[in-house]
Design a protein around this ligand. Structure first.
Ligand SMILES: O=C(O)CCC(=O)C(=O)O
Length: 319
């Protein structure tokens, strides 16, 4: 694979202040280092979390004997334990790895720290990076050291706020979707460090990989559809905030809990595609092959048109 590229850094200054317009319309990741996030940067120690009024709150967590959580082989179980127990488990040196991705009151409702973790939410100053009316969810991510979350994309823009410990984030652009060996919406590549990675997955030679290490106080903008895999280097606490970046409520699936359901027009397009390919299966294999290839030509034509429109737009912007 090509060497990793750095994520662009945006330093917040008097002339570049924090505001929703900073990220609005931006379609590439950005690192906003050392933001003033409030008391949480010093108070969110394991002891403070364990002693907090939320200590007995039950949370649903991922537990695994492997540090590398894999959504395809599902090498983890879900457990319901107290918040204090989760923090204690993450800090104990054992062969079990723990991960909290907070949810709402049920497994189908969205997480909102102000509602579900109010005393801790009060210690975090949320950077004003999106319009409040577009808010979707705020999520606690608490991980054991070394825990790696599978590579995935979300369908909403989000910022990952690092509060405690450090995290390594690897990102791939949406344009590389056809080189990432997707099974549905997840890549089948699990071990990015494997010696035979490129023999097994040769198209990875062509992907553009970005990498950044987050330290406490750093905020990473992860645009919708960017693939990302995240490894907690130490015991880690992060919060991430999702918002609806597209104008058009009708695009978003009302049943989305995680911020990762494909947009409604895309879901409908996939259903239509399934029907189209089912139609072609009625034909003998050589006919089916021929018409599938013709469908690829139509798709490629549309991609070419999009590309030339983008190139024209970029050259207009430069003039
Ligand atoms: O930090 C993590 O553990 C995962 C974060 C993530 O997937 C996201 O911000 O979308």
């Amino acid at each position: 694979m090509n060497a990793s590229l750095p994520v662009e850094t945006i330093n917040i200054t008097a002339t570049t202040p924090l505001s929703p317009s900073l990220l609005s319309g931006r379609r590439s990741p950005a690192l906003l280092p050392s933001l003033p996030l409030g008391p949480c940067l010093t108070t969110w120690t394991p002891d403070h979390l364990i002693a907090s009024s939320l200590s007995s709150k039950l949370v649903s967590v991922h537990s695994s004997s492997s540090p590398r959580l894999n959504f395809i082989s599902k090498n983890f179980t879900y457990e319901r334990i107290s918040f204090a127990q989760l923090v204690a488990n993450c800090c104990s040196s054992s062969n079990t790895f723990w991960y909290l991705r907070s949810l709402g009151d049920t497994s189908h409702s969205r997480s909102d720290l102000a509602t579900h973790f109010p005393s801790l939410a009060a210690e975090l100053d949320i950077p004003p990076l999106f319009s409040p009316e577009t808010f979707f969810s705020s999520v606690f991510r608490i991980s054991s050291p070394s825990l790696e979350l599978w590579t995935h994309y979300d369908t909403l823009d989000n910022v990952l706020i690092q509060v405690r410990g450090s995290k390594r984030v690897v990102l791939f652009p949406p344009r590389d979707a056809d080189k990432l060996y997707l099974v549905g919406d997840k890549t089948s590549v699990v071990d990015w460090e494997a010696d035979d990675l490129l023999e097994k997955y040769p198209k990875l030679r062509e992907v553009t990989k970005y990498e950044v290490i987050l330290q406490p106080g750093d905020v990473l903008f992860i645009p919708a559809l960017w693939f990302h895999s995240i490894t907690a280097i130490d015991f880690s606490i992060s919060v991430n905030l999702f918002w609806k970046n597209l104008d058009g409520e009708q695009f978003y699936d009302k049943k989305d809990t995680y911020g990762n359901r494909d947009l409604i027009p895309a879901q409908l397009a996939f259903k239509t595609f399934e029907k189209a390919t089912a139609q072609l299966k009625q034909l003998p294999p050589d006919y089916e092959d021929f018409y599938l290839r013709r469908m690829i030509i139509n798709i490629q034509k549309r991609l070419d048109t999009l590309k030339s429109e983008e190139d024209n737009q970029n050259s207009d912007d430069r003039e």
